[in-house]
Ligand binder design. Structure first.
Ligand SMILES: O=C1C[C@@](O)(C(=O)O)C[C@@H](O)[C@@H]1O
Length: 348
């Protein structure tokens, strides 16, 4: 049995991992989660955005799905509207933005032929300070060169999608596409993931740039669980931006089941019963929200890690603060604050 004094936890929380959303960039952490937003207007998600974003690292703004009215099969959003949407998202959340325009042949709504409009929007996004720009390698060369020149501080993510279902991970087509993507960016997509794991292993032996390789559809779900960089949806997002996308909570549950996420069982102990109960229920609610397998108890400690709460915590803020720090020290992720708050404030 391990006994952790609360002071230890606090130390880890305050001097160790950051509690804010200031997370390292793609490829610098063990697991990076990108959350594609499919609201036509980001304001529609205003009240649920922080909940959707818990534990995520980057928003993907799917620009081809943005618009003030009904969106048809093809959509070129107005630049002013796009600019406002970026501004709104930046004001609502500190997470960096991945700016993505998907054309119809890439599974989106932007016309395949509207390269100039796409380039103009990408430059607008750079000026608005987005962190990442998705550039599909099938865009004309001049667009790719132009945005690579003008990207400023933004990082380019070179991508490739195939919806045909006949691209093989071990085949020549993919190798060619990869060479094209690797020349200017760092990400690649293809459909069908049977040999994806081997492809990724081989890639890592040869290249430094972070690679996001996922399979679309049901056959691709496993790759979304194992990929170090993954795109995750949330039940409060209108619809997943690609078939087979899982929620972050589902990814955590699956990672636990396949042995990629170690379970922690903790027991809270202390002299003040109410503090202990609030602490335990807040932490358990936070684990549940994000699909972590961990458990938190306020009763007997047999075989569990013990967390000692030596004080009586009266105010909601002080409990919230302690639970948040403990959550972060266990998961290395920022806490789902509103979820913890709800659980703590409803505990007697
Ligand atoms: O490129 C991608 C990946 C994606 O297609 C997926 O399969 O999760 C989802 C898109 O929103 C994103 O632009």
């Amino acid at each position: 049995m391990t006994v952790v004094e609360l002071e230890h936890v606090l130390l880890a929380g305050t001097t160790g991992k950051e509690l804010s959303h200031k997370r390292p960039l793609i490829g610098e952490v063990d697991k990076t989660f990108i959350i594609p937003l499919t609201f036509p207007d980001v304001n529609n998600g205003k009240h649920v955005l922080s909940r959707i974003g818990y534990s995520g690292d980057i928003w993907e703004l799917r620009v081809d799905l943005l618009g003030p009215g009904v969106i048809g099969e093809e959509n070129v959003p107005d630049p002013q509207y796009v600019k406002e949407q970026i501004g709104t998202l930046q004001s609502l959340s500190p997470l960096p933005i991945l700016f993505t325009i998907r054309t119809r042949s890439q599974g989106g709504k932007f016309p395949d032929t509207a390269a100039q409009e796409a380039l103009d929007l990408m430059i607008l996004a750079v000026n608005a300070g987005v962190g990442y720009i998705d550039v599909e390698i099938e865009w004309p060369d001049h667009l790719i060169q132009e945005i690579t020149k003008k990207k400023s501080e933004a990082k380019i993510i070179a991508s490739y999608h195939s919806w045909t279902g006949d691209v093989r991970w071990t085949g020549e087509v993919l190798k060619e596409k990869f060479v094209a993507a690797n020349a200017f960016g760092g990400r690649l997509y293809i459909e069908d993931c049977y040999e994806l794991g081997l492809f990724v292993r081989d890639y890592r032996e040869r290249h430094q740039k972070p690679l996001l390789a996922v399979g679309m559809g049901l056959n691709g779900q496993l790759s979304r669980i194992t990929s170090p960089i993954s795109l995750v949806t949330h039940p409060l997002i209108p619809f997943p931006s690609a078939p087979g996308q899982l929620s972050l909570a589902q990814v955590h549950k699956a990672r636990y089941l396949i042995g990629q996420l170690a379970k922690r069982d903790v027991s809270i102990q202390g002299t003040d019963e109410r503090t202990v109960r609030r602490f335990a229920q807040g932490l358990q609610a936070a684990f549940d929200e994000l699909g972590y397998p961990h458990t938190c108890h306020s009763d007997d400690s047999d075989g569990r890690e013990v967390i000692k709460v030596t004080e009586t915590l009266e105010s909601l803020d002080s409990v919230l603060d302690f639970v948040s720090k403990l959550f972060t020290s266990i998961t290395e992720r920022p806490p789902p604050l509103s979820v913890i708050e709800r659980a703590v404030s409803t505990t007697n």
